[in-house]
Design a protein around this ligand. Structure first.
Ligand SMILES: [Zn+2]
Length: 104
């Protein structure tokens, strides 16, 4: 599946301040969000999120927008901070493996 990344400033749940985050999209949906400062990563399982929040919200918040707006970032942040941790996956090892394959 197509994989894309953007870097944007979001409020980190651990740092308790705004930091740069890497938002990873796979197949056009947010797959994981990682804080560039502390490394905290939250991964998502879209099927679990759909079951919990419904298709509309998942599509609105997790689909990569054409343009990253302040409103989108706010929505994304409030969504992320509302997700129960049992729903968030932590594909940290996978992330590291992908990282080690990149040569930049
Ligand atoms: Zn952080």
């Amino acid at each position: 599946m197509e994989r894309e990344e953007i870097t944007t400033v979001l409020c980190c749940l651990r740092c308790q301040k705004e930091t740069e985050h890497r938002v990873v999209y796979q197949g056009g949906l947010v797959k994981a969000i990682q804080c560039n400062e502390c490394g905290l990563e939250v991964g998502f399982d879209p099927s679990k999120l759909r079951a919990l929040y419904g298709e509309d919200l998942v599509r609105r918040v997790l689909t990569k927008p054409r343009r990253i707006t302040e409103e989108y970032k706010r929505d994304l942040f409030s969504f992320v901070s509302s997700i129960p941790f049992r729903i968030a996956t932590k594909p940290y090892r996978m992330f590291k493996e992908i990282e080690s394959l990149k040569d930049d």
